[in-house]
Write a protein that binds this ligand. Structure first.
Ligand code: ADP
Length: 394
């Protein structure tokens, strides 16, 4: 059977079609500039990438074109072969701790949570409605980035602000990247051959978060009410003294929205280096002697190390550290700097093994007290797997 994994943005729609249970990718691609001029889509099929300019007035048209591509390329002979569509949802609040069927009631709750993810949740709802219109017989599911973190205890997810804010406004830690942390931790358990593990998973991409996982369950994670908590990221500041915000607002006269923009889009590696949010540019800057790139990288690495150290203590040990996402999978330098700073825990980098990008690999020596691995993430597959199991449950 075919399961589609989709991720709808306000003007984009990413998709991957899986044959299940074999997990083979049949097709993948993205529709871009939906509802804007010069829209187009790219698809990857049989190892070939094709780009087509096409008017895309809305997400429904995008789904219709996707169906046409599936039939024209003989991936399906009838629409009914697509049994399930899993939609990625950024914010599931405290309502959802697992993947659910996208009933009207569930969609209403996702809508209700839009104030916590104003760019993402409304776009996802548009995607779900369009998919339901075009493929009414497929099971539509919703897979939440926050669901995996719902096992956190109160003492981990509460902020030390007036308790009424939690009750009235739902202000607490929800985390993010849960689908990725779940995927790589499950894969790690497969490699280790057991489930009763203590893992620290580092999803370091442009957005970045770390998760402490015990026996397959999230104990704590670095992102918070929103993704702008924890690590220093490409353009997000992560943790800092909260008073910086009010103080800087008084000094600059910025509105809450303007301040939010600066903290999310002009901070992090970009804010410190003044050059770029991309760690490749920061590495190049360091090679060219740029002091601010060096400072940005040192701060970035220090924060990752601090989180790994505190999760090591929280978990009472650690069976493996996992690196994933753009930087985690590709930056030889960042991985080495992080692990070298953890030498006190008996961690020893295997420099030769670490010299790789984007593949599953152990990157520590055999006598390292804690092994570290690169495990490429695959959120699309995780979404498809969850959807497949709900389809099987009928
Ligand atoms: P997101 O999904 O959060 O947008 P990704 O997980 O795709 O981010 O990661 C993107 C980031 O990965 C880029 O901004 C870049 O910093 C980093 N990256 C990708 N390739 C490399 C590389 N070869 N070396 C270092 N960093 C890399």
């Amino acid at each position: 059977m075919i399961i589609l994994s989709v991720n709808a943005g306000s003007s984009s729609l990413k998709f991957t079609g899986f044959e299940m249970p074999s997990e083979d990718i049949l097709i993948s691609g993205v529709f871009e500039r939906i509802g804007i001029d010069n829209s187009f889509y790219t698809i990857k099929l049989n190892g070939e990438k094709i780009r087509k300019e096409k008017s895309l007035p809305d997400h429904k048209v995008a789904f219709q074109i996707l169906i046409d591509e599936l039939t024209n390329n003989k991936i399906v002979s009838s629409l009914d072969e697509i049994k399930g569509i899993g939609h990625r949802i950024v914010q599931g609040g405290a309502y959802f701790n697992k993947t659910e069927i996208a009933t009207d009631e569930v969609i209403e709750k996702i809508e209700e949570l839009s104030s916590l993810a104003p760019l993402h949740n409304p776009a996802a709802i548009i995607g779900i409605k369009a998919a339901k219109d075009v493929m009414p017989n497929a099971l539509q599911t919703v897979v939440f980035d926050t669901a995996f973190h719902q096992t956190m205890k109160e003492e981990e997810f509460m902020y030390a602000v007036p308790y009424t804010w939690y009750k009235e406004f739902g202000i607490r830690k929800y985390g993010a990247h849960g689908t990725s942390h779940k995927y790589v931790s499950q894969r790690m358990n497969e490699i280790l051959g057991r489930m009763d593990t203590k893992l620290i998973t580092c999803h370091i991409g442009n957005g970045a978060s770390i998760c402490a996982i015990e026996n397959g369950k999230c104990v704590d994670t670095s992102m918070g009410l929103t993704p702008n908590a924890g690590l220093i990221m490409g353009s997000r500041c992560g943790d800092m003294d909260a008073t910086v915000v009010t103080y800087a607002m008084e000094k600059t006269g910025m509105s809450p929205k303007e301040m939010n923009d600066v903290l999310n889009k002009q901070s992090g590696l970009l804010g410190i280096s003044g050059i770029s949010n991309d760690s490749r540019d920061i590495e190049d800057g360091i090679k060219n002697g740029n002091e601010r790139c060096l400072l940005a990288q040192n701060m970035y690495v220090k924060r990752i190390v601090e989180y790994i150290a505190k999760y090591y203590v929280l978990l009472g040990g650690c069976d493996a550290i996992i690196f994933t996402a753009g930087v985690g999978e590709n930056s030889v330098m960042t991985r080495k700097q992080v692990l070298d700073k953890l030498a006190i825990l008996g961690i020893k980098v295997d420099n030769e093994a670490n010299e790789v990008r984007g593949i599953e690999q152990k990157i520590t020596t055999d006598d390292s007290k804690i092994p570290a691995y690169i495990i490429p993430t695959n959120e699309e597959l995780m979404i498809a797997k969850d959807t497949y199991s709900l389809v099987l449950q009928g």
